[in-house]
Design a protein around this ligand. Structure first.
Ligand code: ADP
Ligand code: MN
Length: 177
């Protein structure tokens, strides 16, 4: 990455993927290892009330995407952030130097989401989301091809390798001159 002339001294990374693929765990490890700020968008939405209520069908908050972007703008301009969210099409393209899409094999994802207490349509919707590669397609449609990377996240070994790969990438990244 060349920083795209953004003026950032540290890169911004988006970690996206279907719920349960390991975004929060991976982001947290990467934030520690590469000294970046971990922004869990779901938590931020709850803490700062960046939503318009609760969607009963989908069993989740109706996120106010404009409020989320306003809230993040200054930090993103500064750089050095890991944004952790199960969506990626409403952030400004200019924010990110790297977009990581985590992927998990279905039986493994099924177990993780069941353990999290997901059942019924909430469980099957998320499993379908992974089968149809919704987040990968969304990332490819929203960001330049050369900054989007899909990483498998089935095992602890996968996670360690992914963190290592990303730490290396952060170390090699330099701002555009
Ligand atoms: P997300 O933030 O994408 O919803 P989490 O990071 O909360 O996912 O992970 C969901 C669960 O799956 C957690 O219990 C986590 O420890 C486990 N997990 C995530 N990624 C992996 C992995 N690559 N290998 C083994 N367990 C994982
Ligand atoms: Mn999470």
């Amino acid at each position: 990455g060349d920083g795209g002339g953004s003026g950032r001294k540290k890169p911004n990374i988006l970690i996206t993927g279907t719920p349960g693929t390991g975004k929060t765990t991976t982001s947290s490890l990467l934030a520690d290892a590469a000294q970046l700020r971990h922004i869990n968008v779901g938590d931020l939405v709850k803490q700062k009330n960046l939503h318009d209520g609760w969607d009963e069908d989908l069993q989740c908050h109706v996120v106010d995407e404009d409020l989320v972007c306003d809230e993040l703008e200054d930090m993103m301009e500064e750089g050095g952030n890991i944004v952790d969210y199960h969506g990626c099409d409403f952030f400004p393209e200019r924010w990110f130097d790297c977009v990581v899409v985590l992927r998990t094999d279905n039986p493994i994802l099924y177990d993780r989401l069941s353990n999290r207490g997901y059942t019924g349509s909430k469980l099957s919707n998320n499993i379908e989301c992974e089968i149809f590669q919704v987040l990968l397609e969304e990332a490819k449609a929203s960001y330049p091809e050369n900054i989007v990377v899909a990483l498998q996240s089935d095992s602890i070994e996968d996670m360690s390798k992914n963190v290592e790969t990303l730490v290396d990438w952060v170390r090699r990244w330099s701002p555009a001159s």
